[in-house]
Design a protein around this ligand. Structure first.
Ligand code: SAM
Length: 226
C-alpha cells in the first residue's frame, strides 16, 4: 500500500487488521483482500481467488477543454463513471485554463473507478492543441462534436447515423466555457466521420454537457446497449 492508501483505509475508513476490502490492479480483475499489519505498516493479504474477472478496456475517448480546478475534478469523475477509456485535455482558442495537473486528473480517475467498481482506469493524456488532437484521431474513430451552435434536432437520430457493426471506436468533444471559434468549428466538421450534436435548446455548462453527451453516446453507440 502507498502511504496515501494506508491513510485512507486506517484513518478515513477506520478499518482494522482482519477487515476485508475489494482490491483491483487494472490487470488481473478484482480480489477479496484482508488487511494485515507488518510492523507499523498496514498491508493487504489477498484471500482466495478473483471475485470478478478483469474487464477489457472500452474504446471511448473524451476530448475536453480543461476547466478550473474544482469543475475539472467533477468533469473527470463523471466522465470515468460514464465509461470513458481515455481522458484527453485539448487546448482550444477560448480555453481559459491551459495548465493541467495530469497527476490530479489521474487521482480523480482512480477515485471514481474505485467508487464505481470500474476495473480499468482510463488513460490520462497530456494536454495538446485541438488541431493536434484532431490530427491524432484514427480515421475510423467517430467524433461526436458537441456544438452549442448546432441546430436543435433529434440527437438519437444524429448518433444513430454512425451506427454500424462492428461498433466503431468513438470520441466525444466538449468545448470550453467560451465555446468554439468559427475557425475551429470549420476545421472539426471538415473531418470525415463527425457527428455534429446539439444537446438541446439551452447552452449547458461544459461539465453538464459532458455528462449529457456521454449518456446519449452510451445509449445509442456505446455500452449501455447490451
Ligand atoms: N460560451 C458558449 C456560448 O455561450 O455559446 C457556450 C459554451 S458551453 C458552456 C461549453 C461546451 O459545452 C460547448 O463548447 C459544447 O461543447 C458544450 N455544449 C453546451 N451546450 C450545448 C448544447 N446545447 N449543444 C451542444 N453542445 C453544448
Amino acid at each position: 500500500l502507498t502511504s496515501v492508501q494506508s491513510h485512507y483505509l486506517e484513518d478515513v475508513l477506520r478499518l482494522k487488521p482482519g477487515d476485508t476490502v475489494l482490491v483491483f490492479d487494472g490487470e488481473r480483475g478484482e480480489w477479496l483482500a484482508e488487511l494485515g499489519r507488518e510492523g507499523r505498516r498496514t498491508k493487504i493479504l489477498i484471500v482466495g481467488t478473483p471475485i470478478r474477472p478483469q474487464t477489457g478496456p472500452g474504446d471511448l475517448d473524451y476530448l475536453f477543454a480543461p476547466l478550473k480546478r474544482m469543475r475539472l475534478d467533477y468533469v473527470v469523475q463523471k466522465a470515468v463513471e460514464m465509461g470513458v477509456s481515455r481522458l484527453r485535455p485539448v487546448i482550444t482558442r477560448h480555453t481559459s485554463t491551459e495548465r493541467v495537473n495530469t497527476g490530479r486528473l489521474r487521482a480523480n480517475a482512480i477515485e471514481a473507478a474505485e467508487q464505481c467498481g470500474i476495473l480499468t482506469i482510463p488513460e490520462v493524456a497530456e494536454p495538446i492543441s485541438l488541431e493536434q488532437a484532431l490530427a491524432d484521431l484514427e480515421p475510423n474513430r467517430v467524433l461526436v462534436f458537441c456544438d452549442e451552435d448546432a441546430p436543435c434536432g433529434d440527437p438519437l437520430a444524429a448518433l444513430g447515423s454512425a451506427k454500424r457493426e462492428p461498433r466503431p471506436p468513438l470520441a466525444v468533444l466538449i468545448g470550453p466555457e467560451g465555446g468554439f471559434s468559427e475557425e475551429e468549428r470549420g476545421r472539426i466538421v471538415a473531418r470525415d466521420g463527425v457527428v455534429r450534436l446539439s444537446l438541446g435548446p439551452r447552452i449547458l455548462r461544459a461539465d453538464t454537457a459532458g455528462v449529457a453527451a456521454l449518456a446519449l453516446v452510451q445509449t445509442v453507440l456505446g455500452d449501455w446497449i447490451a
